[in-house]
Design a protein around this ligand. Structure first.
Ligand code: CA
Length: 223
Protein backbone atom coordinates (compact mmCIF):
# COMPACT_ATOMS: atom_id res chain seq x y z
CA UNK A 1 0.00 0.00 0.00
CA UNK A 2 1.39 3.34 -1.06
CA UNK A 3 0.39 6.35 1.02
CA UNK A 4 0.79 10.07 0.35
CA UNK A 5 1.24 11.98 3.59
CA UNK A 6 0.53 15.72 3.29
CA UNK A 7 1.67 17.39 6.49
CA UNK A 8 3.66 20.56 7.21
CA UNK A 9 4.29 19.82 10.90
CA UNK A 10 7.72 18.14 10.92
CA UNK A 11 7.20 16.33 14.20
CA UNK A 12 3.81 14.87 13.34
CA UNK A 13 4.91 14.04 9.80
CA UNK A 14 8.02 12.29 10.98
CA UNK A 15 6.26 10.18 13.58
CA UNK A 16 3.37 9.23 11.27
CA UNK A 17 5.81 8.31 8.50
CA UNK A 18 7.94 6.07 10.70
CA UNK A 19 4.91 4.41 12.28
CA UNK A 20 3.35 3.66 8.90
CA UNK A 21 6.63 2.41 7.43
CA UNK A 22 7.00 0.15 10.41
CA UNK A 23 3.59 -1.31 9.54
CA UNK A 24 4.76 -2.02 5.99
CA UNK A 25 3.18 0.93 4.16
CA UNK A 26 5.22 2.78 1.54
CA UNK A 27 5.00 6.45 2.52
CA UNK A 28 5.73 9.53 0.44
CA UNK A 29 5.65 12.77 2.37
CA UNK A 30 5.01 16.29 1.00
CA UNK A 31 4.89 19.39 3.18
CA UNK A 32 2.76 21.93 1.34
CA UNK A 33 -0.41 22.14 -0.72
CA UNK A 34 1.28 22.92 -4.02
CA UNK A 35 3.59 19.90 -3.77
CA UNK A 36 0.57 17.77 -2.87
CA UNK A 37 -1.34 18.95 -5.92
CA UNK A 38 1.61 18.29 -8.28
CA UNK A 39 2.30 14.86 -6.81
CA UNK A 40 -1.33 13.80 -6.94
CA UNK A 41 -1.60 14.86 -10.56
CA UNK A 42 1.31 12.65 -11.59
CA UNK A 43 1.43 9.63 -9.27
CA UNK A 44 -0.95 6.99 -8.01
CA UNK A 45 -1.54 6.27 -4.32
CA UNK A 46 -3.77 3.88 -2.39
CA UNK A 47 -4.64 6.53 0.18
CA UNK A 48 -3.93 10.18 1.04
CA UNK A 49 -3.56 11.51 4.59
CA UNK A 50 -4.34 15.20 4.22
CA UNK A 51 -3.71 18.01 6.67
CA UNK A 52 -5.92 21.07 6.07
CA UNK A 53 -3.79 23.97 7.35
CA UNK A 54 -0.99 23.86 4.77
CA UNK A 55 1.40 26.42 3.26
CA UNK A 56 0.69 27.58 -0.35
CA UNK A 57 -2.67 25.86 -0.92
CA UNK A 58 -5.18 24.83 1.75
CA UNK A 59 -5.80 21.10 2.12
CA UNK A 60 -9.48 21.54 1.34
CA UNK A 61 -8.59 23.04 -2.05
CA UNK A 62 -6.18 20.17 -2.73
CA UNK A 63 -9.06 17.77 -2.08
CA UNK A 64 -11.59 19.70 -4.18
CA UNK A 65 -9.04 19.79 -6.97
CA UNK A 66 -8.59 15.98 -6.83
CA UNK A 67 -12.31 15.31 -6.97
CA UNK A 68 -12.77 17.84 -9.78
CA UNK A 69 -10.20 15.82 -11.77
CA UNK A 70 -12.27 12.67 -11.03
CA UNK A 71 -9.42 11.37 -8.86
CA UNK A 72 -11.21 8.94 -6.52
CA UNK A 73 -8.17 8.03 -4.37
CA UNK A 74 -9.40 7.67 -0.77
CA UNK A 75 -8.58 10.67 1.42
CA UNK A 76 -8.50 10.90 5.20
CA UNK A 77 -8.34 14.44 6.51
CA UNK A 78 -6.04 14.67 9.53
CA UNK A 79 -6.40 18.06 11.14
CA UNK A 80 -6.67 20.13 14.29
CA UNK A 81 -9.70 22.00 12.88
CA UNK A 82 -12.38 20.59 15.08
CA UNK A 83 -15.39 22.79 14.31
CA UNK A 84 -18.37 20.92 12.96
CA UNK A 85 -18.39 23.27 9.96
CA UNK A 86 -14.85 22.21 8.90
CA UNK A 87 -15.74 18.58 9.31
CA UNK A 88 -18.82 19.02 7.14
CA UNK A 89 -16.82 21.00 4.57
CA UNK A 90 -14.18 18.24 4.44
CA UNK A 91 -16.67 15.45 3.99
CA UNK A 92 -18.67 17.49 1.47
CA UNK A 93 -15.49 18.10 -0.52
CA UNK A 94 -15.11 14.34 -0.87
CA UNK A 95 -13.06 13.15 2.11
CA UNK A 96 -13.62 9.52 3.13
CA UNK A 97 -12.93 10.08 6.81
CA UNK A 98 -11.82 12.78 9.24
CA UNK A 99 -9.34 12.32 12.10
CA UNK A 100 -8.73 15.01 14.68
CA UNK A 101 -5.29 15.91 16.02
CA UNK A 102 -4.03 14.81 18.44
CA UNK A 103 -4.76 11.20 17.54
CA UNK A 104 -3.50 7.75 18.45
CA UNK A 105 -1.52 6.13 15.63
CA UNK A 106 -3.42 2.90 16.23
CA UNK A 107 -6.70 4.65 15.53
CA UNK A 108 -5.30 6.28 12.42
CA UNK A 109 -4.09 2.96 10.95
CA UNK A 110 -7.40 1.26 11.83
CA UNK A 111 -9.30 4.00 9.99
CA UNK A 112 -6.90 3.76 7.06
CA UNK A 113 -7.56 0.04 6.72
CA UNK A 114 -11.32 0.61 6.97
CA UNK A 115 -11.25 3.27 4.24
CA UNK A 116 -9.05 1.15 1.96
CA UNK A 117 -11.37 -1.81 2.47
CA UNK A 118 -14.51 0.22 1.76
CA UNK A 119 -12.88 1.68 -1.30
CA UNK A 120 -12.08 -1.79 -2.62
CA UNK A 121 -15.79 -2.54 -2.18
CA UNK A 122 -15.39 -5.62 -0.05
CA UNK A 123 -17.94 -6.29 2.66
CA UNK A 124 -15.99 -9.30 3.83
CA UNK A 125 -12.54 -8.01 4.75
CA UNK A 126 -10.81 -11.38 4.55
CA UNK A 127 -9.24 -12.10 1.17
CA UNK A 128 -9.01 -15.74 0.16
CA UNK A 129 -6.87 -17.10 -2.65
CA UNK A 130 -6.50 -20.88 -2.85
CA UNK A 131 -5.34 -22.20 0.54
CA UNK A 132 -4.23 -18.76 1.76
CA UNK A 133 -6.33 -16.15 3.59
CA UNK A 134 -5.27 -12.60 4.44
CA UNK A 135 -7.14 -10.28 6.80
CA UNK A 136 -6.11 -6.66 6.21
CA UNK A 137 -7.63 -5.60 9.53
CA UNK A 138 -5.72 -7.97 11.78
CA UNK A 139 -2.90 -8.67 9.26
CA UNK A 140 -3.32 -12.35 10.03
CA UNK A 141 -2.36 -14.67 7.20
CA UNK A 142 -3.27 -18.34 7.26
CA UNK A 143 -2.44 -21.35 5.11
CA UNK A 144 -5.11 -24.06 5.29
CA UNK A 145 -6.32 -22.43 8.49
CA UNK A 146 -2.88 -22.32 10.15
CA UNK A 147 -1.55 -18.82 10.93
CA UNK A 148 1.86 -17.96 9.47
CA UNK A 149 4.20 -15.26 10.73
CA UNK A 150 5.31 -12.73 8.10
CA UNK A 151 7.58 -9.70 8.32
CA UNK A 152 5.98 -6.31 7.52
CA UNK A 153 7.54 -6.33 4.04
CA UNK A 154 6.66 -9.93 3.25
CA UNK A 155 3.11 -9.05 4.26
CA UNK A 156 3.09 -5.96 2.03
CA UNK A 157 4.25 -7.96 -1.02
CA UNK A 158 1.66 -10.66 -0.38
CA UNK A 159 -1.14 -8.15 0.20
CA UNK A 160 -0.38 -6.34 -3.07
CA UNK A 161 -0.74 -9.63 -4.96
CA UNK A 162 -3.77 -10.91 -3.05
CA UNK A 163 -5.72 -7.69 -3.58
CA UNK A 164 -5.58 -8.43 -7.34
CA UNK A 165 -5.57 -12.18 -7.81
CA UNK A 166 -4.60 -13.22 -11.30
CA UNK A 167 -3.06 -9.84 -12.16
CA UNK A 168 0.64 -9.93 -12.90
CA UNK A 169 2.58 -7.40 -10.85
CA UNK A 170 6.01 -6.39 -12.09
CA UNK A 171 8.98 -6.08 -9.80
CA UNK A 172 8.76 -2.28 -10.17
CA UNK A 173 5.06 -2.26 -9.20
CA UNK A 174 5.81 -4.33 -6.12
CA UNK A 175 8.75 -2.08 -5.19
CA UNK A 176 6.38 0.87 -5.54
CA UNK A 177 4.08 -0.72 -2.95
CA UNK A 178 7.00 -1.28 -0.58
CA UNK A 179 9.14 1.80 -0.69
CA UNK A 180 8.56 5.52 -0.37
CA UNK A 181 10.78 8.20 -1.86
CA UNK A 182 14.35 8.29 -0.69
CA UNK A 183 14.30 4.76 0.65
CA UNK A 184 17.14 2.57 -0.53
CA UNK A 185 15.85 -0.33 -2.66
CA UNK A 186 18.07 -3.40 -2.64
CA UNK A 187 18.16 -4.71 -6.21
CA UNK A 188 17.04 -8.25 -5.39
CA UNK A 189 14.66 -7.34 -2.54
CA UNK A 190 11.46 -8.51 -4.27
CA UNK A 191 12.97 -11.90 -5.23
CA UNK A 192 14.05 -12.36 -1.63
CA UNK A 193 10.56 -11.60 -0.26
CA UNK A 194 8.94 -13.86 -2.85
CA UNK A 195 11.37 -16.62 -1.94
CA UNK A 196 10.54 -16.26 1.76
CA UNK A 197 6.80 -16.15 1.04
CA UNK A 198 7.05 -19.36 -1.00
CA UNK A 199 8.88 -21.03 1.84
CA UNK A 200 6.09 -20.03 4.26
CA UNK A 201 3.01 -20.38 2.02
CA UNK A 202 3.98 -23.24 -0.27
CA UNK A 203 6.33 -23.28 -3.27
CA UNK A 204 3.55 -23.15 -5.86
CA UNK A 205 1.41 -20.36 -4.36
CA UNK A 206 3.15 -17.43 -6.09
CA UNK A 207 3.57 -17.86 -9.82
CA UNK A 208 6.44 -16.31 -11.77
CA UNK A 209 6.00 -15.03 -15.30
CA UNK A 210 9.59 -14.88 -16.45
CA UNK A 211 10.71 -11.37 -17.31
CA UNK A 212 7.26 -9.92 -16.45
CA UNK A 213 6.44 -10.39 -12.79
CA UNK A 214 4.47 -12.40 -10.26
CA UNK A 215 0.85 -13.28 -9.51
CA UNK A 216 -1.28 -15.43 -7.23
CA UNK A 217 -4.49 -17.32 -8.04
CA UNK A 218 -5.76 -18.29 -11.46
CA UNK A 219 -4.26 -16.28 -14.32
CA UNK A 220 -6.55 -13.71 -15.93
CA UNK A 221 -7.66 -14.36 -19.48
CA UNK A 222 -4.95 -13.33 -21.88
CA UNK A 223 -2.34 -13.12 -19.12
CA1 CA B 1 -0.75 22.06 9.27
Amino acid sequence: MRILLVEDDMMIGDSVRSALRHEGFAVDWVRDGRAARTTLATERFDLVLLDLGLPQIDGLDVLRDMRARQDATPVIIVTARDEVSSRVAGLDAGADDYVLKPFELEELTARMRAVIRRHAGRADPVIEVGPVTLDPTTRIVTVRGEPVVLSAREYAVLEAMMLRPGAILSRAQLEDRLYGWGEEIESNAISVYVHQLRRKLGEDFIHTVRGVGYYVGAPRAGA
